[in-house]
Design a protein around this ligand. Structure first.
Ligand SMILES: [Zn+2]
Length: 445
């Protein structure tokens, strides 16, 4: 089995922090320069992307990044190009509706930059204790600035207990500029009798929505639903607060700092929930033996039969592009191929009789004149999967997941059903408890 430990990274001084950010920033620059050279070569008829002079780029950046990190970034870029070429082949063979795009540039996020880098499994160490710490390789230029010896590495403090113990994989470090947070993701391989990575051949399809952030069906008959209403409510409340402070801005210039802080809080919360969702989902798919994940392209997500309000929600609140990029990165770690495919109509298609026009979608349910009734998003992911793969196992009871500001927890019932049973005292208490958590979350910014 493969699992991921997640840590918060805390540079100890302003200098260390500055160096750390520059190291991550240089990773993005190296990626972008490598990618630019390869895109230029790609546009020329008689050139190959593999001819781009990455050796001199490695030389240019190793003083900041260290050789091993520079090599890792270039290798990562090569992986992206290989995956692009394989999608392109599929497109030309008629197996993909949308023409794939060559790998994009790093650091152009909608709300603030997110910088990331990768460290090979044998190039970093993590020590646990009272003060847990992470040691990572940096280039000689940065070592000189910090007064480190040539054979020393950058040592930063980390917070968070390792949930999993096993052989460590490629470390991913992420800096979220807007939220001003550093995170480390350490994948580990846990001893397991199953040779799952060799046997994995199952498939899954994902429907990305707004009320329910993600609905997924696997060929093993598993269904997962990640509920997003509370998260969206938090997002909306913060947006209203921002609007309120903005309306006061002309008279009180000093409150703009408060607005920045609210924006950061809003983005940080969303990103945290999104990153955790991706990890939770991919780990579950990996355990099911999934090797291919079909994801609808953005046209399918921002489909015309949805209200502008829903589309805006998917765009601004759920940051669809960021979600897909994140999903691709984590799937790659787990050896799962992401296939972007058209999913037009699947959200209105009856899985029993194939009817599209006469079905009625109301909130979370889809009903068909043939008598079928089901959860609209789960049905959409199931129809989408059937279109890609006809061999789906017997459907198990869906797993409903809800975000508690910390992790995605399983619930037995779809939440919308629980809300309707207002007489249920237990549920009322539960929702009060959740409110309390949100209030606590407010104070730690
Ligand atoms: Zn039907």
């Amino acid at each position: 089995m493969k699992r991921t430990n997640q840590f918060d990274v805390h540079p100890r001084s302003a200098k260390e922090r500055e160096v750390f950010v520059r190291w991550l920033d240089a990773s993005a620059s190296l990626w972008n320069e490598t990618n630019y050279a390869r895109r230029q070569a790609f546009l020329e008829d008689d050139e190959s992307v593999w001819d781009a002079d990455t050796g001199s780029l490695e030389g240019k950046y190793k003083g900041v990044l260290s050789s091993s990190v520079a090599q890792q970034i270039i290798r990562k870029n090569s992986e992206s190009w290989r995956s692009f070429f394989s999608s392109n082949e599929k497109f030309h063979a008629g197996k993909l509706d949308e023409k794939p795009s060559p790998p994009g540039y790093w650091g152009n996020e909608e709300d603030g930059r997110v910088l990331r880098t990768y460290v090979r499994n044998d190039q970093y160490t993590i020590e646990y204790g009272n003060r847990s710490r992470l040691e990572i390789p940096i280039g000689s230029e940065l070592k000189d600035e910090l007064g480190l010896n040539r054979n020393q590495r950058l040592r930063v403090e980390i917070a968070g207990d390792p949930k999993w113990d096993g052989e460590q994989g490629r470390l991913e470090l992420v800096y979220d500029e807007l939220a001003d947070t550093f995170r480390a993701y350490q994948p580990v391989a846990i001893d397991d009798s199953r040779l799952d990575s060799l046997l994995a051949s199952e498939e899954a399809a994902l429907d990305v929505g707004a009320n329910n952030l993600a609905a997924c069906t696997t060929t093993t008959g598993q269904q997962l639903l990640y509920e997003g209403r509370d998260l969206f409510e938090q997002f909306r409340e913060t947006t209203e607060q921002i609007a309120h402070y903005q309306s006061l801005l002309e008279t009180q210039c000093e409150s703009s700092k408060r607005i920045d802080r609210l924006y950061r809080k809003r983005t940080n919360r969303r990103n945290h929930a999104q990153d955790s969702l991706v990890r939770d989902l991919v780990e579950r798919l990996y355990d099911e033996g999934v090797s291919t994940l079909h994801v609808g392209d953005i046209k399918g997500v921002l489909s015309t039969h949805w209200s502008p309000r829903v589309n805006e929600k998917t765009h601004n609140f759920w940051a669809y592009r960021r979600f897909i990029n994140r999903l691709k990165d984590v799937c790659e770690e787990y050896g799962i191929t992401v296939n972007e495919a058209s999913e037009a109509w699947t959200s209105q298609e009856c899985p029993e009789c194939g009817e599209r026009k006469e079905t009625v979608r109301h909130e979370d349910s889809l009903t068909c004149p043939c008598g079928f009734e089901g959860h609209a998003d789960l049905v959409a992911s199931e129809s989408f999967l059937r279109r890609q793969n006809n061999t789906i196992g017997l459907m198990a009871r869906p797993v409903y997941l809800k975000w508690n500001n910390h992790e995605w927890r399983e619930h037995h019932n779809p939440l919308s059903l629980a809300v309707e049973t207002t007489a249920n005292e237990e549920y009322t208490n539960q929702s009060t408890a959740t409110r309390g958590n949100i209030a606590l979350g407010d104070s730690d910014d």
